[in-house]
Structures are given as C-alpha cells and as structure tokens.
Ligand binder design. Structure first.
Ligand SMILES: [Zn+2]
Length: 294
C-alpha cells in the first residue's frame, strides 16, 4: 500500500541529508518485534534532545519540513508532556506551516497519495478552522477540498454556519462513493460510536479511496476500551473524563481497531510507522498513523 512512499524516498533523501524510515504492519506482534529492534539508539538520541530542553521554557530542533519543503527550526516546549520527556508527537511544530510532528507526516502522506490520483481528486478533512486545513486550502490547488467541523447535535450535516460546514462523522452528508481521500487528525477518539464513523467513511469513499488517520493509540492493548458513551444524547462516563481541549475522549484505542476498519467496509487497514530525526519525526522510538483503503 505504501509503494508511493517508497518511490518518493529514493527521490527525496539525497541532498536533504535526512533519512526516513517507514514501515507498515497490522499486528501487535509485528509492532513489538520492530520496536524491540530499533528502540534503543533512538531513545538514547531522544534523551539527548530532551536533556537540551531541560530548564528551558522553549527551544528549537533543526530539521527539514517536508510540508514546506525547506530547512527549519521546529518549535519545542513542555506542553502536553509529563514534564520529564517532551511530547514529541504533539510538538516539533514548524513555524511556517504551523503543523506538528504527526500533522506534518499526515500532510506529507496526503501530498504523496494525491500524486497518483486522477486530476482534481475530492479530498475531505475532518477539520476546517485549523492550520492543517488552511495549508491544504492554500497549497493543494489541484484538489476539490472540503473541510468541516462538528457544530453540535442540532446542526444539519452539510449545512454552513457562519461559513463553517457542519458534519457528523457518524452521519456524513456526502453521497456514496463520492470522495477519493479522507483525512482525520485525532478525531475518532472523540466520536461516540467510532465503528459508525468508520462505516460512514467507507461508504462515502470511492473504490481504492483512502482514509488517512491519526489517533492516540495504546500499542500494548489488544482491545479498544470505552471511556464514555452516549445514552439518549447524554454522556455517561465509564472512566474519569479525559479531554483534548474541549473534546471528551470516548475511546482508548487498541489493536482491534484494524479488524474494525475491515468490518466497516475497508479492504485493508494498516499502521504506518515513521521515524526521522532529520525530518523532525521523533518520539517513543517511532511514530505512526493509520491508512485504511476501500
Ligand atoms: Zn512547515
């Protein structure tokens, strides 16, 4: 599934002085085997980076932003961290595109995926008021781009409210097989019934269409565990409430997510691991997103 990235890597690496390692896999055993092999030198390097930030409010890590296609200084601080190790997944923010580690990789993957599609592919982002959407809207000019936010129970899917489109991930307004790519950056954990959101994404994607998504994911868990659920439009907490910004977390995802993607109508679903100090992709020895293909 990632052959588009293989061809890109051979083009990109020379001259940019950065190596990128990517790997796709589908099971916890494969993940454990991989991380055991690669972890030690990577965590040593990250410890050195972390030590550099000790006692500082903010600092910079040099690297090449694949989104902006230029050398830059990625912004670091201690936000979203345990104050011992910085949160590399959420930081390493490029000062030009304003995207963090995982968002830059998702955008890079999206740019590669678009290259092999027919002209003017229909791309839908589960966000509209973010730097990610703004960058896509201003730079991905050869796509039919749609973004949306969730604007509450009462809003009609597909409607515009003050210029912002409302969509409910569990009840999308798009026609069947009408989109080529969907991008979801840390959204699914906030959807009350994520299986329904996966079914809806599969429904509105064309054959071979891709759902590119990131989520907080527990690599040591077989099963996804619910933190909360909706009962008659009221939230019932099953575990102490956890919020990302204003959004309640409904699920802590584990490896049964991948078979859930297949049950929802995707032909295949994989975890895509990526790591590169030179491109500012650090944290826990490897980072990852998910790709589901219809
Ligand atoms: Zn950038």
């Amino acid at each position: 599934m990632i052959s588009i990235l293989d061809s890109r890597m051979t083009r990109m690496q020379p001259g940019k002085n950065a190596s990128l390692e990517i790997k796709n896999l589908t099971t916890q055993n494969e993940f454990n085997d991989y991380i055991t092999q690669v972890k030690s030198p990577r965590l040593d390097l990250e410890k050195k980076f972390s030590a550099f930030g000790r006692g500082k409010k903010q600092w910079a890590v040099p690297g090449f932003c694949e989104v902006c296609e230029k050398q830059t200084l990625f912004y670091m601080d201690w936000n979203f961290s345990d104050q011992q190790t910085p949160n590399y997944r959420e930081r390493l923010v490029c000062p030009s595109c304003l995207l963090n580690n995982r968002q830059r990789w998702v955008m890079t993957y999206l740019k590669c995926a678009l290259k092999v599609l027919a002209p003017t592919p229909a791309v839908y982002l589960f966000e509209q008021t973010t730097p990610f959407y703004r960058w896509a809207a201003s730079r991905l000019s050869n796509t039919a781009l749609i973004g949306s936010e969730y604007l509450g129970f009462a809003a009609q899917p597909g409607s515009l409210i003050n210029g912002i489109r409302h969509e409910d991930a569990m009840n999308l307004s798009f026609a069947d097989a009408s989109l080529d790519v969907i991008v979801s950056n840390d959204v699914l954990e906030h959807v009350p019934v994520y299986e329904r959101a996966l079914e809806e994404s599969a429904r509105v994607l064309r054959e071979k269409g891709k759902l590119i998504f990131s989520i907080p994911f527990y690599t040591n868990r077989d099963e996804t565990s619910p933190r909360a659920r909706l009962e008659h439009n009221a939230v019932k907490l099953l575990l102490p409430a956890e919020y990302h910004g204003p959004c309640l977390v409904f699920h802590d995802f584990g490896w049964d997510l991948l078979p859930a993607c297949r049950r929802a109508g995707f032909r295949q679903a994989q975890m895509l691991l990526y790591y590169s100090p030179g491109f500012g992709y650090l944290g826990n020895g490897c980072q990852f997103i998910f790709i589901a293909e219809k």
